[in-house]
Design a binder for this molecule. Structure first.
Ligand code: ADE
Length: 226
């Protein structure tokens, strides 16, 4: 059973993402458990304060050390984490190999930042890994955390119905996925490629590989250079 704790100032934002489809099934099957913790329970005062002005001046608040340190201390007293991950645009870029590696871990603690981010001392003293989901800036780390959990969760053995299907995802072999079709054979005059209807598995496999290669060359030639 993999366990993921998430520390956030917006727990409501993380209510729905894990309650549907595969993430729901993963939890129901007892393969994954996710706990969202409101940082406010470790606020420095009765107003629920968790952030403050930044030293040196400048616009934007910074999440304070004490609430985060207390939250991390409380959670690490109960559980040993393989990684304490801070979601941040200046972290390492999330890629499929990194997702694969994280899906093998037992316990993860995710920290969602807000405003200008978290006090640097939390990053240096507690965080073991910093992850960005892409080169754009979001208003907080909650959606990135949801993306990370989704990407990891679907790889846990037993979560996917067809366990081989994660292996044929785009990026698993540095190739994009080939086109796919379903019924009917003809829709508004647009036909499904004959080869997919041929029943010849070897030819179908070859065709899919060619299509994947073609698509990757056209759209993401950078993947082929790695
Ligand atoms: N927080 C804000 N933007 C982010 C990003 N691109 N990746 C991870 N965390 C973030």
């Amino acid at each position: 059973m993999m366990h993921i704790d998430i520390i956030t100032v917006l727990p409501e934002l993380l209510e729905s993402p894990f309650q549907h489809s595969m993430m729901k099934r993963a939890q129901e099957k007892g393969l994954l458990s996710i706990e969202v913790h409101s940082l406010r329970q470790w606020a420095v005062n009765d107003y629920g304060q968790v952030d403050d002005y930044q030293y040196g001046g400048g616009a934007g608040m910074v999440m304070m050390c004490q609430p985060l340190a207390n939250a991390i201390d409380a959670l690490t007293a109960n559980r040993k984490y393989n990684e304490i991950i801070y979601l941040t645009p200046d972290g390492e870029r999330l890629t499929q190999p990194r997702v694969n590696q994280l899906s093998l871990q037992q316990n993860l603690l995710l920290i969602c930042g807000h405003y200008k981010g978290i006090d640097e001392r939390i990053r240096t003293q507690y965080v073991t890994r910093e992850i960005s989901i892409g080169d754009y800036v979001l208003s907080g780390g909650e959606l990135p955390a949801a993306i990370l959990v989704d990407a990891i969760g679907r790889l846990i053995p037993g979560v996917l119905n067809d366990e081989t299907s994660a292996l044929t995802d785009s990026f698993q072999d540095n190739l994009l996925s080939p086109p796919v079709y379903t019924r009917p054979e003809e829709f508004r005059g647009w036909r499904v490629p004959d080869i997919l209807l041929s029943g010849n598995h070897k030819n179908i496999e070859d065709w899919r590989y060619e299509q994947a290669l073609k698509r990757t060359k056209e759209r993401r030639p950078d993947l082929l250079n790695d």
